[in-house]
Design a protein around this ligand. Sequence first.
Ligand code: M6P
Ligand code: ZN
Length: 213
Amino acid sequence: MHSEASDAEFDHDVSVLAASRPFQVVLDFTTGLLTPSGGSFVRRLSDMASAYEDQEVVKRMLASGDDPVIYKSYCADVPHEPGHLAFLTTIITPGTVGSEFFMTKGHHHYRDSAELYLAMSGEGLMIMESHEGDFVQQELVPSALVYVPPGWAHRTVNTGSGRLTFMAAYFGDAGHDYASMESMGGFSIRVHRGDDGPQLRPSTSRDRVEGPR
Ligand code: M6P
Ligand code: ZN
């Protein structure tokens, strides 16, 4: 088990059987488990501290020993190589950092390629942003299938009171590019808990990176 996912981590040892022969796994739509899985990874707040807008709250939480598991993923035993279709399930814990909902780090793919998301349980939002800065949100409710076209950065947000579980499939050689969004100060829109449900607000961390205009 690792605390931080990287592409090296996705390239775990793959059994000869899974790499070259058809196989079957089982998805548990309630728990989000994928069985058998070829490995898993966990991301805690400390693994993605810079992703959240309110850095004072992040510092306070971590200083007091509050380092919640934000999400856990179970990966299928598929090689990260051209021609293969990698897939995994992800379970996001309910909660917020300040008023910002727990979410994935979010990324582009190095090789601009599509990804398919299937929501299994819980409630959430997928936020997506193109290289040109277009923004699209899609609701994640059980059975919703979201298509992410090549070139769109994507992040998944748990806006519900229970776990959000989903599976995603992407090209084996797509690679995960976290730096492109981080270098811009993250996504342009953030998802907060509002009085009447989730509220999408322009991110202020973009200003921090770009400076006053
Ligand atoms: C989805 C997929 C994975 C990704 C995971 C966590 O399951 O998009 O490829 O790793 O979410 O998201 P992130 O890597 O952005 O933290
Ligand atoms: Zn992706």
